[in-house]
Design a protein around this ligand. Structure first.
Ligand code: C2E
Ligand code: CA
Ligand code: CA
Length: 655
């Protein structure tokens, strides 16, 4: 008659079924006191009306036992009604309740039917009335527990109808028929009610599931929009949003010094790895870097990937200089560990620039700019280092912006000149070449060192124009020198990575009248790191011209055997920093020795820079070095003094 299955809840998902059971149980618990009240009161009244007519065990002991059992159940209910049940415990309890309903139904029915033969017609009718009314009351109370209610109906109504239907008493037979009809109607009502109840609970569950799902999708969407897909770290957008979020309450009146710092991390050598081994390998390296950084994250420190090989750090709380330096050291150490991946192995280092709130700036933009400044400072002065933006940097920034301003207005032809410093072959006892070194006398700032203005010119795109003027002047000067003396000219990394600039270098060289084979172009490793492919093309073009290539400042950064080997290089210039302690420091000696040997193996000329004393020269010669440059052999001099100072009087007094 009823599509029973539809309401059974069995088509629900397991979780929803548990939820449905819980709702049923909750609803039933509220009916428990009523259920037992009906049972106890009705049983007691029947027992009392049979007190004198029925045997004691039926009129006293049995009802007292049954009622006591009901009282015990009520006490148990009082104790456990607030207890939160596990899913399994709930299922067990519901099963117990079904058995309980069946057991109690049987016990009460058996007792009532045993009582029937005693007493007069009224007492007998009372028993029938008691059974009919009590079972109807109980079925109502069990409305939410369908199985228990149906079972109880069967257990009581079937024997009731059979028993009274077979009494041959027309009144009792009529009662049996009436009660059976009422029971059928009640079962129908019960099933309809149960269906509505299930549907209601079900729709609530669905609504809740949908809300949870919507929330989950929206959370997931937010997470993905703020995550870097490669490393799984927060991305640039998230980094800046978090920074704004943390900064907002600190700004203005209630500035809390030392409460926030940001850091920018740049991987030194990553671009080269990418160029040499390919992007897929580069991606693996970045993933591994992300994992290494993620392991360093604490409640105070968060790391995000904000660019190709750039990571952003936000430090909340512990931002004293010492703490930042320690954190920076820990992070750089993590990167310096070798990368051993299935595709190959690589090594990198990292530079970190920190900017502290509010000392270095009060807005996100200021802090980020200053952190970058500190980072560039770290990269320029010591790779794999940590620098915190300080008041000195502030002064420097102001100074640099003054330099930039003057450089933009400078008349290169008039203000910029060249000095020349000899490069000496100590074995042949003669000058091999002169290195051209830029000199700028600004009408507003006076003499500005090239180490100051060259980087500024590179940053504000004046370097190409500057290189062109300098190269023309250098070659003009070199034209008057003996054919055997070479000229060494410094090219900026930027000159190599721009095709237009390289064209101008080649055209200026060809127009100079100096044979290209007399020219050495000095390049630093920065150019190689930035774009290995492009640098290679540029070097090949210069080589094709007939010029030679020197790798400058060797040993200070990343130039490795690998890059020397793979590039068309003729000379290696060992940085002066190794020379200062050459007589005392075994490490410096070992490094220089290994470079000298390497050059010998590869057939390269090795030039040692910054040689200032005879002792240094002797020590270097013992290591096998012959070609040197430095104040010992001569300081840089103006163009017009080169011939007089060095070429016409080649006999140097100290030799
Ligand atoms: P660099 O190419 O390594 O040049 C050598 C620097 O060491 C020069 O400094 C030189 O004067 C200095 N030096 C030479 N011998 C000694 C010595 O015995 N002791 C000490 N302490 N220093 C010595 P300078 O002229 O100040 O140039 C600094 C840097 O500026 C150069 O380093 C180079 O990187 C850059 N630079 C100079 N001229 C040019 C140029 O025309 N173009 C480009 N792109 N860069 C240039
Ligand atoms: Ca140089
Ligand atoms: Ca150098």
């Amino acid at each position: 008659m009823f599509p029973f299955k539809r309401w059974s809840g069995s088509r629900l998902a397991p979780a929803a079924r548990v939820e449905l059971r819980r709702s049923q149980y909750r609803a039933f618990l509220q009916q428990v006191p009523l259920l037992y009240a009906v049972l106890i009161v009705n049983t007691a009244t029947v027992a009392i009306t049979h007190l004198r007519v029925a045997p004691v065990y039926l009129s006293v002991y049995a009802p007292v036992l049954l009622c006591l059992f009901c009282v015990v159940r009520v006490v148990m209910w009082l104790r456990s009604r607030r207890r939160v049940l596990s899913d399994d415990a709930l299922a067990r309890r519901l099963r117990t309740m079904v058995w309980m309903a069946a057991g109690m139904g049987t016990a009460f029915t058996a007792w009532a039917l045993s009582l029937y033969p005693y007493g007069d017609a009224y007492a007998r009718s009372h028993v029938a009335f008691y059974m009919a009314m009590t079972v109807i009351g109980c079925i109502f109370c069990l409305m939410h527990m369908r199985v228990a209610a149906l079972l109880l109906t069967c257990i009581v109504i079937v024997p009731f109808t059979l028993f009274f239907g077979s009494t041959h008493n027309p009144v009792l037979v009529a009662i049996a028929v009436n009660v059976l009809l009422v029971a059928v109607v009640m079962v129908m009502i019960l099933l309809i009610y149960y269906r509505d109840f299930t549907t209601l609970v079900e729709s609530q569950i669905q609504l809740r599931t949908k809300q949870t799902e919507t929330q989950r999708l929206s959370d997931e969407n937010f997470r993905l929009a703020n995550l870097d897909a490669l490393t799984g770290l927060p991305n640039r957008r998230r980094f800046f949003a978090d920074l704004d979020g943390h900064l907002a309450p600190l700004q203005g009146y209630a500035r809390a010094p030392g409460s926030l710092a940001i850091g920018i991390i740049d991987l030194d050598g990553f671009k080269r790895i990418n160029d040499l081994y390919g992007h897929a390998f580069g991606d693996r390296v970045l993933e591994e870097t992300g994992r290494r950084f993620a392991a360093q994250i604490t409640p105070q420190v968060s790391v995000a990937r904000i660019g190709g090989d750039e990571f952003g750090l936000m430090v909340v709380g512990a931002t004293a200089y010492r703490q930042l330096l320690d954190l920076g050291d820990a992070l750089t150490a993590v990167i310096e560990r070798p990368y051993v991946l299935p595709e190959g192995a690589a090594r990198m280092s990292a530079s970190i620039g920190f900017a502290n709130f509010p000392e270095a700036g009060e807005t996100t933009l200021q802090l980020v700019e200053r952190a970058y400044y500190a980072l560039h400072f770290a990269q320029a002065h010591r790779r794999g280092g940590v620098v915190i933006f300080s008041p000195e940097h502030e002064t420097q920034i102001r100074h640099l912006s003054k330099i930039e301003e003057s450089l933009r207005r400078a008349d290169f032809e008039r203000e910029i000149s060249l000095h020349f410093q000899p490069i000496f072959d100590t074995a042949l006892r003669e000058i091999m070449a002169f290195e051209a070194l830029a000199r700028w006398t600004s009408p507003t700032l006076g003499v500005v060192a090239p180490s100051m203005f060259i980087p500024v010119a590179e940053r504000c795109d004046l370097i190409h124009a500057l290189t062109e003027v300098l190269l023309r002047k250098a070659l003009d000067t070199a034209r008057s020198w003996p054919e055997t003396v070479r000229i060494s000219f410094n090219l900026s990394a930027r000159d190599l990575t721009s095709a237009g600039a390289l064209d101008r270098v080649i055209r200026t060289t060809l127009a100079s009248g100096v044979a290209p084979h007399r020219i050495d172009f000095e390049i630093t490793e920065t150019a190689l790191i930035q774009d290995f492919g492009q640098a290679r093309t540029a070097l090949d073009a210069l080589k094709k011209l007939g010029a030679r290539i020197s790798l400058d400042d060797f040993g200070t950064g990343f130039s490795s055997l690998n890059s020397v080997h793979r590039l068309p290089i003729d000379k290696v210039k060992v940085d002066g920093s190794f020379v200062a302690g050459i007589e005392r420091e075994a490490t410096a000696r070992a490094i220089v020795k290994s470079i000298v040997d390497l050059c010998q193996n590869l057939g390269l000329t090795c030039v040692i820079e910054g040689v200032e004393t005879r002792a240094q020269m002797t020590a270097l010669r013992e290591l096998g070095a012959t070609v040197m440059q430095g104040h010992l052999f001569g300081k840089p001099v103006a163009a017009n003094l080169v011939l007089d100072t060095y070429v016409r009087e080649p006999l140097l007094p100290w030799l």
